[in-house]
Design a protein around this ligand. Sequence first.
Ligand SMILES: [Zn+2]
Length: 106
Amino acid sequence: MYVCDYCCICQLLEKKLLAKNGIIEDDSKEREEELKLADCPRCKTKNPVGAKYSMTCSLVLDQATAIEMEKGSNDLDRNLGAVMANAELKEKLKQEIIAEMLKKFS
Ligand SMILES: [Zn+2]
């Protein structure tokens, strides 16, 4: 699962804090907009409206991001197709993916 170390909630809280201390302008109308929550269609987590990803399951909530990712994955599929046709490259990629995963989870 993708975990953002500076997620939209953190940014929102920071903004509220800064506004409270008069460091930035408190645009209450805008803030109200941001504080609206929307259920994630997959895990039902309440995410701020406008959040690109679900905080819990990282499902793409933003339509523009979803379309962008769709495009990206199509490109990736095409590239993967070319790689998978080459046995030597395929093996090399597999090793890289395993190494990458080990790094992430260690
Ligand atoms: Zn979710």
